[in-house]
Design a protein around this ligand. Structure first.
Ligand code: NIG
Length: 394
């Protein structure tokens, strides 16, 4: 497949698409807005039109009859870190439980790394994610946990995305051991001041072993006071107050949601807060899988994300997450694809990505397959033939 231009005055047509999932119900069949024998014209990084095969343009790329889906929107990652925790993973597979404390191992390695090294490592992971079809992603801090390192990690993150999230409240670092309230005050004052210019969102890990509901609320309120939108790590390791707090605070997303009570589901269904499932985490930590079916049937808006991080989920494969979502969270193929695209966009409160429709960013994945079903049907097989991101093909 040849390269193409993303310049403003050049139109490009991605032509001869066997099956196009637009996710625009007005453009095609069913919730995926399916169009057969289609083409997509784009210019200057934006989609101009969706139509039958053969639309005119300055340049033509032949999809060779393949299935094309919107670029994946990964609304939860922790890409800025140094080192890995393969030993911890091996121990877990041998029966050790996952514990929030492992985060401190990555904090030490990240603090010790130079900024150039963090940029290099993040660029490698960003490129890996793109090869997996991810064209939009959010990146959290959370492995710095002091003023200088949280700001530094966010500065690295903003080189790769506008959706940066300040996660100073990830765990309590060693120098604040036993003084969680003092640390929360530090996060809400000095650390937030340094982080906010580089962040769009604020987040906290609301969980036993990390931060309780009052501490997490304080962080979300402090972030909101300086204009940051809220998102929350909620109900990952057990039932708890996280989901209800995310709804109370109007967070864009409650992430993990592995444990959902009936009240949690009712609260989410009545809110604008997206439940973001991270099934690769449950896989890698041997947690039970969340009951996405029950949430969706109750009217909860859902997203799927990779949660790429060195501790609980070291993957950039959205198709792996989709496979788990279908097999173990009991979502349909269509629900999984929507959750990995428009669902993620909604969790980031964005309308410009996740769909293939006029005006949206030209983000598309050309599959080495005739249908999106193959993303789940052929687990572990790299089916991304080409990625168009803001009109650039790779
Ligand atoms: O989303 N749960 C908290 N944070 C990450 C895990 C980070 C780690 O273990 O390093 C998560 O799973």
């Amino acid at each position: 497949m040849s390269d193409t231009s993303h310049e403003v005055d050049v139109t490009t047509v991605l032509d001869n698409i066997g099956l196009l999932a637009t996710h625009d119900e007005s453009a095609g069949d069913g919730p995926l807005g399916l169009v057969r024998n289609a083409s997509v014209v784009y210019r200057g990084g934006r989609i101009v039109s969706v139509g039958p095969a053969g639309q005119a343009a300055d340049e033509r790329i032949d999809a060779l009859g393949a299935c094309v889906v919107p670029g994946f929107v990964d609304s939860h990652t922790h890409l800025v870190f140094a080192g890995d925790r393969a030993d911890e993973f091996s121990a877990r597979m041998a029966g050790q439980p996952y514990a929030a404390g492992g985060i401190r191992t990555s904090v030490s390695a990240t603090r010790a790394a130079s900024t150039a090294e963090l940029v290099r490592l993040t660029a490698l992971r960003r490129a890996e994610a793109r090869r997996a079809g991810i064209t939009t992603l959010e990146i959290k801090s959370g492995y710095g946990l002091d003023v200088a390192n949280e700001a530094r990690c966010l500065q690295v993150a903003e080189e790769f995305t506008g959706d940066t999230t300040f996660l100073g409240a990830h765990v309590v670092p060693p120098e604040f051991e036993g003084r969680t309230d003092d640390y929360v005050h530090h996060v809400c004052t000095d650390m937030l001041r340094a982080a906010a210019p580089h962040a769009r969102w604020v987040d906290a890990f609301c969980e036993v072993g990390a931060f309780d509901a009052d501490q997490s609320r304080a962080v979300l309120l402090a972030g909101a006071a300086v204009g940051l939108g809220g998102r929350l790590h909620a109900n990952q390791l057990g039932h708890g107050p996280g989901v209800q707090l995310a709804v109370e605070m109007g967070c864009a997303s409650a992430d993990h949601c592995t444990y959902l009570s009936d009240d949690d589901i009712a609260a989410l269904a009545a809110s604008d807060t997206v439940a973001t499932f991270l099934p690769a985490t449950d896989f890698s930590t041997r947690q039970p899988y969340p009951d996405a079916r029950r949430a969706i049937d109750a009217g909860v808006a859902v997203a799927l994300a990779t949660n790429c991080n060195p501790g609980s989920s070291y993957t950039t494969s959205m198709s792996f997450c989709m496979a788990l979502a279908v097999r173990d969270l009991h979502m349909t193929m269509e629900e999984a694809l929507l959750a990995a695209t428009v669902g993620g966009a909604r969790a980031l409160r964005r309308t410009d990505v996740g769909r293939i429709a006029p005006g949206c960013r030209a983000d598309m994945v050309v599959l080495d397959a005739p249908s999106y079903t193959h993303l789940v049907y052929r687990p572990g097989v790299p089916l991304v033939r080409a990625v168009v991101e803001a009109g650039r093909i790779s």
